[in-house]
Write a protein that binds this ligand. Structure first.
Ligand code: PG9
Length: 622
């Protein structure tokens, strides 16, 4: 036998018969500069909402910043760093440094919260017969927070971008008295008119992924599986958006069934459009409506909510901010946007110098160094913020037509009679990004700034250009596309882009030589030219007017540049293809419905196609 030595003997402490994972684990947090609490806050109907609360340690009397989200409240805490500013996501860091209690809550039915989820649940009323909505849930949450978070000072601000901006807007319909200030950032306000689902009736079909991501499961769902790397091929091969959706099981989604039954702007959309509801329930809460100038997702919401409130006489407590940003960029770095570089970090500067001091004023009573103007809009050409005390609500502003001219010219002079034609073929739609087009990624964020030379020479894209500008042309406001056109089809879409054409070479920034930078663009579905609620077939070969507002700008076309207007009939696969034959519901167009159409843009004399410009000074050129 081998003699036993002390080192070869098995002792009881060497043996684990249970589990190496303790029943409860606690991280020692003596050195943490905050306390993290996770609570289930009861709503008035007994449903409890999962809420993450990050409380700075110290003297107390902190203001609270509340964000209500369908995107997983727990995910806003990105690490277990002992320092609050390091533990939270990029959008929370400056607020953490400023000593705020940070609160993220899962909305009803998502992630850790109880209850049922409804996509952007309409306010209580005809579309929501229950006794709760995101207005009452925000109210009940704030009520609980001010009563239960002892380190707080009893005052709450709300913030959040996109869907989370929508939850801020919903809270404003009947705010809790402790809600003292709010900033809806790129809020979704009207999903049909110009935010995530449609633009003037054209379906943003790349957002179909969002349906399964959000609604196939309570937590984080998957995107639609792809056959090809290039989404241009994926969507083209699928046929209609409805065919793609149904092939991927969307019939299981109640939201898809409601959504696809209401392609026009009927009561379903009208009754949940927040820019209509907010003025009817206008609050006194100081509110900053904030969005990007190139917001690829919710370009419509903030400015329309602000305009509707201002037009209804609530301009005193509602402010507009438009930064040189993509969607939700305010919560990230802002040194650049696509090809454009700024002299500083525009988002951090804005958060630290404007937004947080403004919140501090209402939540801590600190004096305002300078009062927030009615509107602050970045001027991308001059690379500076402009402040306005009388920024005009669209419709109150004189506009100057910039006409399509013969020989693809563009100018303020009345054009000679004429027209230009192109063949729009649904089998070969105009791409919105150069192919291959991946599923949403970084290119999606900045697609609105893509150099438009990539489509300029297509036969189905018409480009009209001014001579080289001898002096600056300044726009402040919303341009309006006013297109007169004939088509051989009975339906059709119109895409109008207002473009800044850079000089052919730029010694300081060679990449910008000849760049065709879109500064404002949108799409319009022709069947809605007379009524958004009641579509009608286009009479083939008859001139019709297509008039629609483009995104708001504060922009200077500099001397040496040229102004371009590009017009085309598709922007694919971002928007679904118009079959160009009138069918009751384009979502379910059949393969045989898609037909080529010859589209003719009229120059005049009775029907002068133009983009109506919000010029700052009377135009002497082009
Ligand atoms: N733009 C996204 C969205 C908002 C509301 C509904 C659907 C999508 C978002 O970024 O939250």
């Amino acid at each position: 036998a081998t003699p036993q030595t002390a080192s070869s003997r098995v002792t009881p402490d060497m043996i684990q018969t249970g589990s190496d994972i303790p029943a409860h684990w606690t991280t020692p947090q003596g050195n943490y500069d905050y306390v993290k609490r996770e609570v289930m806050i009861p709503m008035r109907d007994g449903v409890r909402l999962h809420t993450v609360i990050m409380i700075p340690k110290g003297a107390g009397n902190h203001p609270m910043l509340l964000e209500r989200t369908p995107y997983n409240a727990s995910g806003f805490v990105t690490s277990n760093s002992p320092h609050l500013a390091d533990a939270v996501w990029s959008g929370g860091k400056d607020w953490a440094k400023a000593g705020y209690i940070l609160v993220w809550q899962d909305i009803r039915g998502k992630y850790g919260s109880e209850g049922k989820y409804i996509m952007t649940r309409p306010p209580m009323g005809p579309l929501n017969p229950t006794k709760t909505d995101d207005t009452t849930d925000a109210w009940d949450t704030i009520d609980w927070l001010v009563k239960n978070i002892k380190a707080g000072n009893g005052k709450v601000g709300m913030i959040g971008s996109s869907y989370d901006g929508w939850t801020v807007a919903m809270a404003l319909l009947h705010p809790h008295p402790a809600l003292k200030v709010a900033a809806p950032e790129s809020p979704m306000i009207d999903g049909w008119m110009g935010d995530d689902w449609y633009h003037y009736g054209a379906l943003r079909q790349v957002n179909l992924d969002y349906f399964t991501e959000q609604m196939s499961v309570k937590g984080s769902g998957e995107t639609i599986p792809r056959e090809n790397q290039d989404d241009y091929s994926n969507f083209l091969e699928a046929g209609s958006a409805g065919a793609l959706a149904e092939a991927h099981g969307f019939g299981q989604l109640p939201w898809w069934n409601r959504f696809s039954a209401h392609p026009a702007y009927d009561a379903f959309w009208q009754l949940q459009a927040l820019d209509k509801l907010l003025p009817q329930h206008a609050s006194d809460v100081p509110t900053m409506w904030l969005q990007g100038l190139w917001d690829q997702e919710d370009m419509y919401g903030a400015i329309h909510a602000w305009e509707a409130l201002t037009a209804a006489g609530h301009g005193a407590n509602n402010h507009l901010v438009m930064g040189p940003w993509f969607h939700s960029q305010i919560n990230r770095d802002g040194w650049s946007l696509g090809p454009l570089k700024w002299p500083g970090n525009t988002t951090a500067q804005f958060r630290r110098q404007v937004m947080i001091p403004w919140f501090d004023h209402y939540l801590r009573g600190t004096p305002e160094a300078t009062s927030l103007p009615q509107a602050m809009i970045y001027n991308p050409s001059e690379q500076r913020w402009d402040s306005f005390s009388n920024w005009k609500v669209a419709g109150q502003q004189a506009l100057t037509p910039l006409y399509l001219q013969a020989a693809h010219g563009l100018g303020f002079q009345v054009p000679a009679a004429g027209g230009d034609s192109y063949v729009s073929d649904p089998a070969n739609p105009v791409p919105y990004l150069s192919r291959p087009i991946p599923q949403k990624n970084d290119r999606w964020r900045t697609w609105l700034l893509q150099d438009q030379r990539f489509v300029e020479n297509r036969g189905d894209v018409l480009s009209y250009t001014t001579p080289v500008l001898a002096s600056a042309v300044t726009l402040q406001g919303a341009p309006i596309a006013d297109i007169f056109a004939r088509t051989t089809g009975t339906d059709g879409d119109f895409v109008v882009k207002l473009i800044d054409v850079y000089p052919g070479s730029d010694a300081d920034d060679p990449a910008m030589g000849g760049y065709e930078l879109p500064i404002s663009l949108d799409i319009f579905r022709g069947r809605y030219r007379k009524s958004f609620a009641d579509p009608s077939a286009i009479p083939a070969n008859e001139v019709q007017e297509y008039k629609f507002r483009l995104p708001t700008v504060n922009y200077v076309f500099k001397p040496g540049h040229r102004i371009m207007v590009q017009i085309q009939s598709s922007l694919f696969p971002l928007y679904d293809r118009n079959p160009q034959r009138y069918v009751p519901n384009i979502l379910f167009a059949k393969p045989g419905d898609y037909q080529k159409a010859t589209v003719t843009l009229e120059h005049g004399p009775q029907a002068r196609s133009a983009v109506l410009l919000p010029l700052v000074a009377p135009a002497s050129q082009p």
